[in-house]
Design a protein around this ligand. Structure first.
Ligand code: SAM
Ligand code: SF4
Length: 461
């Protein structure tokens, strides 16, 4: 058993911090404002609070920290499902091996290029490549070839500049191949850290092995991939338990490698074809607790990105931007080939979506709320990953890169892809953003913006 997920420790800490009084909560929130992160006890205090006034203060503090570190920036990406073949039996997922209710498909390299071109024409620059755990006859090489196909696709001046990957756990040698294929982040969700629940919902295939999965990010980092993403599929077990287990996983990575995860994802169980549990989650997570989770994570690991997918509705996504979300997907399809053939989504999708809007609609909405959509891919291309990213992020230096890069890549989007209405709103927002910037960040933003306005592409610092 992977000893760093210690269920007795979690139970003890949750027990010790039940019904926290307002002094205890205040102390944790004061500590959180220092933006140095929180420990397991602090997280237990915040997960156990329920008083409306305390919740309000938690949300206010999370908003403060989010604005201080990230400003109004929101990174945009799209998932690209390349295959729904799978040998595992995850009871919550439509792709599980024995499910006969979906159409199975793995895209050819030509089809992957075609899907990518559609995303490029919409204006996307970042992709999250997703697959079930069974590959066509080429085996794992299929994933490597698919990444190459995505990077090869070009439409006019457009291209995908960062491919993140969410595929099943690998051996170190395979992770080295992913690294050589120039991936950005390797993402893997433990789904649930609760051992008993894990075994109940994973009844077949390699994914039954809890320890192999929970140690996958160790292998990825050892292979040289130092941007890794973690996550919990909320709804399977008690979220209080999952929050503390996430903290144990983060603590373990920090202890062994000196840095934690680059991102945390917070998927909630959504209905999926052929799955009963997906529509009736054993620990269904109410909206208020979902917002609480985002706020606590923002305070617990202030420099780690929080990702919100289109599983959630437009309204929920809007609410969580203020609480700590820093990356969102937009215009998503979760069936292989779904961008080319949007009519047959129901036939092969992994789960149902809460937000069906196009990229342009999402961008307009986000901009109207005062958030700057960022298509930046600068950090990992300049080697600002893992420990280096954390060293820079902590003193706030990253803001002097991310702010200007968000503005230049947003302007590139507006000029190349946006509708007329979106462009008007976006250009006003950029003017306001530049006016509120100071010092080196402002100088850089103005310089990059001038270059983009003259027709240059891919400008970043
Ligand atoms: N097959 C790989 C794996 O399981 O890690 C990677 C791809 S899998 C399609 C990506 C993620 O989808 C899973 O880790 C799981 O958290 C999520 N997922 C599966 N079924 C879901 C559902 N019904 N609702 C929301 N998310 C779901
Ligand atoms: Fe397969 Fe992943 Fe779905 Fe499990 S979650 S059935 S491993 S695609």
């Amino acid at each position: 058993m992977a000893s760093f997920i210690n269920e007795e420790e979690i139970a003890r800490i949750l027990e010790q911090n039940q019904m926290p009084d307002s002094k205890k909560v205040n102390d944790v929130l004061i500590k959180a404002k220092e933006m140095k992160g929180l420990d397991m006890n602090d997280v237990a205090v915040l997960t156990n609070l329920s008083d409306p006034m305390q919740l309000f203060e938690l949300f206010e503090t999370a908003n403060h920290v989010k604005e201080k570190i990230y400003g109004k920036r929101l990174v945009i990406f799209a998932p690209l499902y390349i295959s729904n073949l799978c040998a595992n039996e995850c009871s919550y997922c439509a792709f599980r091996a024995k499910n006969k209710e979906i159409v199975r498909r793995s895209l050819t390299q030509a089809e992957i290029k075609q899907e990518t071109e559609i995303l490029i024409k919409q204006g996307h620059k970042r992709i999250l490549l997703v697959a079930g755990e069974s590959y066509p006859k080429q085996g794992f090489q299929y994933v490597i070839d698919s990444i190459a196909s995505v990077y090869e696709a070009k439409v006019d001046q457009g291209e995908i500049r960062r491919v993140n990957v969410n595929v099943a756990p690998l051996e170190i040698e395979e992770f080295k191949l992913l690294k050589a294929a120039k991936i950005g982040t390797y993402q893997l969700f433990q789904e649930t850290y609760h051992h008993e629940t894990y075994h109940q919902v994973h009844t077949g295939g390699k994914k039954k092995d809890y320890d192999y999965r929970v140690t996958a990010l160790h292998r990825a980092i050892e292979a040289g991939i130092d941007d890794v993403g973690i996550g919990v599929l909320f709804g399977l077990a008690d979220y209080r338990f999952e929050m503390l287990a996430l903290m144990q996983h983060i603590r373990e990575l920090e202890t062994v490698f000196g840095f934690g995860p680059h991102t945390i994802s917070v998927p909630r169980l959504e209905p999926a074809t052929g799955s009963t549990i997906a529509s009736h989650p054993p620990f269904a997570l109410p909206d208020l607790d979902f917002r609480k989770i985002v706020a606590i994570l923002r305070l617990a690991v202030p420099y780690t990105g929080i990702i919100m997918s289109t599983r959630e509705t437009a309204q929920m996504r809007r609410e969580t931007f203020a609480l700590g979300v820093s990356q969102i997907s937009a215009g998503s399809r979760t069936n292989p080939g779904g961008y080319t053939d949007s009519l047959h989504e129901a036939d092969g999708s992994q789960f149902s979506l809460g937000d069906h809007r196009s990229l342009d609609e999402v961008i307009r909405d986000v901009a109207e709320m005062g958030y700057i959509p960022s298509f930046c891919t600068g950090c990992y291309r300049l080697g600002r990953t893992g420990q280096d990213f954390m060293d820079r992020a902590k003193p706030g230096d990253i803001k002097n890169h991310c702010g200007p890069n968000a503005i230049s890549t947003f302007m590139e989007y507006l000029m190349d892809y946006a509708s007329y209405e979106t462009r008007l709103i976006g250009e006003d927002l950029i003017d306001d953003a530049i006016n509120s910037m100071e010092g080196i960040a402002r100088e850089r933003a103005v310089t990059l913006l001038e270059k983009v306005k003259k027709g240059k592409h891919d400008m970043y610092c």
